[in-house]
Structures are given as structure tokens and as C-alpha cells.
Write a protein that binds this ligand. Structure first.
Ligand code: FES
Length: 166
């Protein structure tokens, strides 16, 4: 049985084949993971932040699909040399626009990328024991979605394990 390939645009395919800022960062100030390795959709963001709260470098590792790699890659480009407050404002819709659009069923891949970025920013301030005025206490849509995916993956993996053991 053959599957119809998803209609990715050329920008996504280019970023998927030649992603920018791919790889671990040894001197990262903060890292954040979103997704779940059990289902294969997982992303790690690395940020190097200076003492003025500006992102000097950003990189990522992705164990997701082409859309996830492309959106993560573009996020790392969008936030370079950006103040954390401005990086925080980047929404998943802006990211999807920046890659020229993705098929609807792939929206969650971009949402996961932004969820990981927001988690990294939150973790940075948590580690500093600081809470700037612009950082909401409530989780954003993207962070909630990342959490939901992780919970769902956990439920599925538990169910599969139970079935195997039965
Ligand atoms: S990251 Fe889950 S399908 Fe793209």
C-alpha cells in the first residue's frame, strides 16, 4: 500500500533537508524538551542567553517529522539576537506563516516547536528565580498543547504496555 505524500511547499522541504541551527549546544544557558520520545515526536531547544536577556544563539534537535524540523529551524532563526520578551511573543501561527504554510494536520508540529521555545524561556527565569511582568503565570496555548501531547503519549504507551502484558 502506498501513501500519498503530504503537499509540503519548497521552503519546508529545503529546511527539512538543510535545517539551520541543528544540533546540541554545549554552552547553552538553558534547554527545554517538548513532546515524548515514546511516540517519536520530540524536540529539544538550546538557548544561549546573555546577561541582558538577549538570545545570542539558538539550536535544536528534533525527533519529529519534516514539518517539525522545518518549523523548529525557522524558530531558531527568528529568535537569534532577540530579547526574550520579543521571542516570547512569537506565536505558532507566525511560525507557520514564516515557513510558507503547512498542511492543516501538521499545525501541531509548529505548535510543539513554539511550546518548546516558551518552555525554555520559562525555565530560564525559573532558574534565575525571576518573573518579569510580561511573562504570564498561566500556560500559553502552545505550552498546553505540548503538555497534552506528552500526556496522551503516556496514556497510549501505558495502554500498549498493558495489552502486551495481558
Ligand atoms: S511532530 Fe508530530 S507529526 Fe510532526
Amino acid at each position: 500500500m502506498s501513501r500519498t505524500p503530504l503537499p509540503y511547499n519548497s521552503k519546508i522541504l529545503e529546511l527539512f533537508r538543510n535545517p539551520k541551527n541543528l544540533g546540541k549546544m554545549k554552552d547553552a544557558t538553558v534547554t527545554a524538551v517538548a513532546g515524548n520520545p515514546l511516540c517519536g515526536d520530540m524536540i529539544i531547544f538550546y538557548l544561549k542567553i546573555n546577561d541582558k536577556d538577549v538570545i545570542e544563539k539558538a539550536s535544536f534537535e528534533s525527533y519529529g517529522c519534516a514539518a517539525n524540523i522545518a518549523t523548529s529551524s525557522i524558530v531558531t532563526e527568528m529568535i537569534k539576537r532577540t530579547k526574550l520578551e520579543d521571542a516570547w511573543k512569537i506565536s505558532w501561527k507566525r511560525v507557520i506563516e514564516a515557513v510558507g504554510g503547512v498542511p492543516r494536520i501538521k499545525f501541531h508540529c509548529g505548535i510543539l516547536a513554539v511550546g518548546a521555545l516558551k518552555r525554555a524561556i520559562r525555565t530560564y527565569y525559573k532558574n534565575k528565580d525571576a518573573s518579569p511582568d510580561w511573562l504570564p503565570k498561566e500556560l500559553t496555548f502552545e505550552e498546553k498543547q505540548a503538555l497534552e501531547e506528552e500526556e496522551l503519549a503516556e496514556v497510549l504507551s501505558k495502554r500498549m504496555k498493558d495489552e502486551v502484558e495481558e
